[in-house]
Design a protein around this ligand. Structure first.
Ligand code: NAD
Length: 478
């Protein structure tokens, strides 16, 4: 018996959760349910995170969380419970299988069967944002080696366990050479440990186009958070309906399972919603807690029900569907099919699933890190970079010279183009002419000089080399 936390959520949440629990309990799931309240009512009662502290205790104690969609109230100040849960519990891996159910659910992509493994904690979702000048705001994109290693290993382990043949990585490392570059580099490193699994890397733009056009060429895909967020919705939608996909959020200790869609408030209380997305989440949960026989039984009964043409409104189509049913009736039909297998769609067999081998991240020995310069960011309302350069040169220290100014990344000094549009946000790079090492004190002195010259410095970024290799980007056009 495994104790799980259940939240019925908002909108269609309670209906699809009841249907899902009815099905898995009828299949013999050995679970004990502890229910908590999350979502709209909790938000509106004044809890800006949508969850009470006692509910956190329950989730942390039980470690397994099955969650229906919730409504995040409109207006500022409300934090997304999903993002908070993923980060608080360290749920680094978001796994979303997207499979078409042709010919029973209409789709332009009849042979699609892929799994998106999305990094779930880092990237632009760190939510570290600042306005720095009148014209410019910034959002920090954070990518870490542990984050990359954990998610990429998860993708390969998952592929190995599921007998999948290929893992594809999407990044934009032609532009973001440091951040996406690290993700790609780690992908190449870890891929070597799985020689039996094919691996490939695509630049995200053409990769996304291919995914939308010919998804059948992909198997398992792994990518940083933002790309995964966008593309996993695209992939789910093109199988036929977002109402059909579930997702697992996996951490080292805890895991959360859910449907990918939201609370569809307009459909609430009508016994109309499709419970399949949440049921898919529950099947992943049963597999995760080792009840693979039950998971298999539920999944095959669900596939058989879809194949029987018993469909909720969202996938009902005259001609292919046989009977349009409500949420409860759909659940009853799946229960009646427990023990049956589909005959056209491929039945599943999870019984032999071996556990994933996910060793804890081992911190690497520190590299030789040297401070080799500084980027000083300046708020300046002028337009001529040469004029800014002549002001900034007054702040130079012996051995720490202004070498470049960029505006939104493009080099505007020296030798800028007058056509380049400039904002009031300037990155001014100071380095020793001979590439030697500087000290923090040099930077402090430089900034003191800037204060004396009335220059509005908004932030600095230290320039480092790691093991002798420059670890910062050049200016575009440099
Ligand atoms: P949504 O996914 O709730 O609904 C979009 C449309 O998809 C609906 O109009 C509905 O017709 C259809 N749909 C969704 N699920 C369905 C199902 N199971 N069966 C049949 N049809 C279904 O997206 P939205 O309207 O943008 O968001 C509504 C609310 O849900 C918002 O408050 C949003 O914040 C929240 N939301 C929650 C989650 C979550 O808790 N994981 C995820 C996304 C959105």
């Amino acid at each position: 018996m495994t104790k799980i936390t259940v939240a019925k959520g908002d909108g269609i949440g309670p209906e699809i959760m009841d249907a899902t629990l009815d099905i898995i309990l009828a299949a013999g799931a050995k679970i004990e349910i502890e229910e908590i309240a999350v979502g709209e009512k909790v938000y509106l009662a004044g809890n800006t995170s949508g969850i009470a502290p006692e509910a956190w205790d329950t989730i942390r104690r039980n470690k397994i969380f099955l969650k229906a969609p919730i409504t995040t109230p409109q207006g500022g100040g409300y934090k997304s419970l999903n993002v908070t849960t993923r980060k608080f519990l360290g749920l680094y891996s978001n796994v979303r299988p997207c499979m078409s159910l042709h010919p029973f659910v209409s789709t332009k992509h009849p042979v699609m069967d892929l799994v998106i493994v999305r990094e779930n904690e880092e990237d632009l979702y760190a939510g570290i944002e600042h306005q720095q000048t009148d014209e410019v705001v910034q959002c920090l994109k954070l990518i870490s080696r542990p984050g990359c290693e954990k998610i990429v290993r998860y993708a390969f382990e998952y592929a190995r366990q599921q007998g999948r043949k290929k893992v594809t990585c999407f990044t934009k490392d032609n532009i973001m050479k440091q951040s996406d570059g690290l993700f790609h580099q780690v992908f190449d490193e870890i891929a070597k440990e799985y020689p039996e699994i094919e691996n490939e890397h695509w630049i995200i733009d053409i990769g996304a186009a291919k995914l939308a056009d010919t998804p059948e060429i992909f198997d398992v895909l792994v990518m940083p958070n933002l790309y995964g967020d966008v593309l996993s919705d695209v992939a789910a939608q093109i199988t036929g309906s977002v109402g059909l996909a579930g997702s697992a959020n996996i951490g080292e200790e805890c895991a959360m399972f859910e449907a990918i869609h939201g609370s569809a408030p307009r459909r609430a209380g009508q016994n109309a919603a499709n419970p399949s997305g949440l049921l898919q989440g529950a099947v992943m949960m049963l597999n995760h807690i080792g009840q693979t026989d039950i998971a298999e039984k539920v999944q095959n009964a669900w596939l058989k029900t879809i194949e029987d043409g018993i469909h909720t409104y969202d996938i009902f189509k005259e001609g292919t569907s046989k009977q349009q049913v409500g949420t409860k009736e759909f659940a009853k039909a799946v229960i009646a099919n427990l023990g049956n297998k589909p005959s056209v769609l491929k039945s599943v067999s999870y019984a032999k699933d071996t556990p994933l081998n996910l060793p804890k991240y081992q911190r690497k020995p520190s590299a030789q890190k040297e401070l080799v310069g500084v980027d000083v960011f300046v708020h300046w309302a002028g337009t001529d970079a040469n004029e800014l350069a002549s002001i900034l040169r007054k702040t130079e220290r012996p051995g720490l010279n202004l070498t470049m100014i960029t505006n939104r990344g493009i080099k505007v000094y020296p030798d800028g183009f007058k056509e380049t549009f400039c904002t009031d946000h300037w990155r001014c790079r100071f380095k020793p002419a001979d590439d030697s090492v500087i000290t923090k004190k040099d930077i402090i002195d430089l900034l003191s000089n800037a204060v004396a010259e009335n220059i509005d410095t908004i932030k600095t970024e230290n320039l480092y080399s790691f093991n002798g290799k420059a670890a910062y980007s050049l200016g575009q056009g440099q």
